[in-house]
Ligand binder design. Sequence first.
Ligand code: NAP
Length: 241
Amino acid sequence: MNGKRALVIGSGGGIGAALVHQLAASGQFDRIYAGNRRLRAAHHSKVTRLTIDILDDDTLADASRQIAQDGALDLLIVATGLLHRGTDIRPEKSLRQLEASVMAEVFAVNSIGPALVAKHFLPLLARRQRGVAIFLSARVGSIADNRLGGWHSYRASKAALNALVRCFAIELGRSNPEAIVAALHPGTVDTPLSEPFQARVAESTLFSADKSAMHILAVIDQLSPMDSGGFFGWDGRPIPY
Ligand SMILES: NC(=O)c1ccc[n+]([C@@H]2O[C@H](COP(=O)([O-])OP(=O)(O)OC[C@H]3O[C@@H](n4cnc5c(N)ncnc54)[C@H](OP(=O)(O)O)[C@@H]3O)[C@@H](O)[C@H]2O)c1
């Protein structure tokens, strides 16, 4: 036990839940805060569940105050995201399908919410020592790597997230040169988010949530302050913005 603390937001999602489970089992952290919109009972003595809606400043402020009472955070992972929802939200295949309300909601969850998380929780990262904040992004948010088009709102909202991550890394680096803020693509992962789109994904390239979480934690271990502001794949290789 070394008193380290981690916070995973989006802990009810496929990858977020696997991350909480693995962090609790790793023995590297004394306390894991698991933030999700619906409060659930904690199933591990090291896990504290918090109600967090990333679009609700009040829930973010309350959770931030609660964590700050215990001390600094060593690791923050933002594992929230929105690609589709029922029949209301589907990734666009063409310009004709663009709808302002859908775009606004996808940008709210994928870009604005994580920015509010940064506002409330980056100040809690440990000072003068290694503190890591990871925002789960998506390779399709890379502008340089976009050869297929489509999925306009999701791609653009992740590109916006990547731009914000770079801004936050620069700002935080001024007060804490040991801080690492990065965007990370978790791979194609078997979760509710990817479920409708898995038909054309080869089995060998579709990770389980546990496997993806394992990769993410391995990449986090390897990151150094020189990597802050970067965008990385599940294998630790940089992805161009
Ligand atoms: N799965 C993939 O293949 C894949 C590929 C590339 C990138 N990613 C990225 O990886 C991240 C995790 O994805 P996943 O596959 O684990 O998706 P998931 O299973 O659908 O989980 C997404 C999570 O986001 C949470 N969320 C949405 N809006 C929220 C809000 N306003 N406040 C708090 N939580 C909110 C959901 O919470 P509720 O449980 O409360 O609904 C859910 O827990 C996302 O950023 C996604 O874009 C995933």
